[in-house]
Design a protein around this ligand. Structure first.
Ligand SMILES: [Zn+2]
Ligand SMILES: [Zn+2]
Length: 239
């Protein structure tokens, strides 16, 4: 957090350095990211990502879309627009925020986006099948995504029963938990733990963690079996 000298913000533990939430999903043939927030450029450079087929957006808040201008690096090398998957509300925000990428007279070096409207229906990106999961971020609809055995949900504080059914059976769930105290639009730590247990998910990683949650090592030690804090650079493999 800018200007903060709390024990988390001044910690030497790498796992206490938290970039904005995003994941890279890779299959043998396809690579996509979920969200491209303000740290997107640094995340791509740090992990030396050279190829990206698509971006899936959860919602239009700036901490999830602000880095989309840097997609121009990928479109520069391929000469093709980046494939963007978003619901209607997120798409209209992207068209507003990055108006210059949709102009008829684009100047050289701007990113180019090919928009694909999605809703709650399953779709395919390359060889990766995706099931959207609709969740609530206070009053804002947000999309989570299930990729076979793995489900990723960020920026939720409520999930309706019919959408919970889509998460059940996941081997691994990544779920947002902002802090210990209750929050108006994010699950708290205890709410996220309870949801994971209700859904009987064997392994859950918590993400979108604020500095207010506390030190990684301390909180990790307090969590029930099967529940962990995610951290920047965490890699999960599925066969
Ligand atoms: Zn948000
Ligand atoms: Zn967020």
């Amino acid at each position: 957090m800018i200007g903060c000298d709390c024990e988390v913000c001044s910690s030497a533990d790498k796992k206490d350095k938290r970039f904005r939430s995003s994941i890279l999903v890779q299959s043998p043939n396809t690579a996509l990211v979920v969200d491209a927030g303000p740290d997107f450029r640094c995340q791509m450079l740090k992990h030396k990502v050279k190829h990206l087929d698509a971006v899936l957006l959860t919602h239009s808040h700036k901490d999830h879309v602000a880095g989309m201008d840097d997609l121009k690096a990928f479109t520069y090398f391929t000469g093709k627009p980046m494939e963007i998957y978003a619901d209607a509300a997120t798409e209209s925000a992207v068209r507003r925020d990055f108006y210059y990428a949709f102009s008829d007279t684009r100047y050289p070096g701007t990113p180019e986006f090919d928009m694909h409207p999605i809703s709650v229906n399953a779709f395919l990106v390359g060889d990766i099948p995706i099931v959207p999961v609709a969740v609530w971020h206070l009053r804002m609809p947000v999309l989570g995504f299930r990729f076979g055995p793995f489900t990723y949900i960020t920026d939720a504080n409520r999930i309706e029963d019919v959408e919970r059914e889509k998460i059940k059976g996941s081997e691994v769930l990544v779920l947002n938990a902002l802090r210990k105290e209750k929050h108006v639009s994010h699950f708290s730590l205890i709410e996220a733990v309870e949801l994971s247990q209700e859904l009987k998910i064997p392994t859950t990683y918590l993400t979108h963690i604020s500095h207010q949650l506390g030190m990684h090592a301390e909180v990790e030690g307090e969590l029930p079996p099967g529940i962990h804090l995610a951290y920047d650079g965490l890699i999960l493999e599925f066969s």
